[in-house]
Structures are given as C-alpha cells and as structure tokens.
Write a new protein. Sequence first.
Length: 126
Amino acid sequence: MTGSIADGVLDFMGNAPYVAIALLVVGALYSMLTQKNLIKICISIAILESTVNMYLVSLGYSHGGGIPIYYLKGAQESMVLPTPQCLALTAIVIALATTALILSLVILLYKHYGTLDVDEIRRLRG
C-alpha cells in the first residue's frame, strides 16, 4: 500500500475549496427554486454569482505560486495565473449590475402589486 491516511487528508484539503463551491452552488440553486419571496431569490442569485467568482479564483490558485513578473524573470517556482483573477474582477462588475437591475425590478413589482410573494403576484396578475 503506497498511500497513507495523511496523503488522503492532504488530497481532500486540496479539493476542499471545490467541495465548498459545489455546496454553495447547490444551496443557492435550491434556494432560488424553492423561495417565494423575491428578496430571498435576489440574495440566492448574489450568492451564486459570488460562488462563480470563488471558482474562478480557485482555478488560478497554485500552491507556492508567485506573481507572474518573477516568473518572467526566470524564477523556477510555479506561477499564479492572472487570467482567472481578471475574469473574477469582470464578473464582480457584472454581478453588481445584475443585482442592481434585479432589485430595481423587485421595487417596481412591490410598488405595483404591494407584495413580494411570487404566488401572490401571479394570482394578482390574472
């Protein structure tokens, strides 16, 4: 037997961020599909958007990695990828705009129907 329990624990710790991301995605999707309050649905969407950013940053992470400028100077260590970090920054801006748009629509729905309950809005709509 070549592997030990310590190796298995280290392998799990390397995958722990991905397990946490998967749990957050499942929880956010479940909440989006089961909640009746529009504000809670908006919060679920925001959690899902943040989880995507966590995934992008964890993809670019390299244990012991350095910044790219040292890598270009000839350092022999691993490099942290800057592309997922740039994508995460772009996704943060998009998430902010999406959340603002969704919340403005929720405010308009509340002013028109006087409720935030999805079933009640469907019933009042006719």
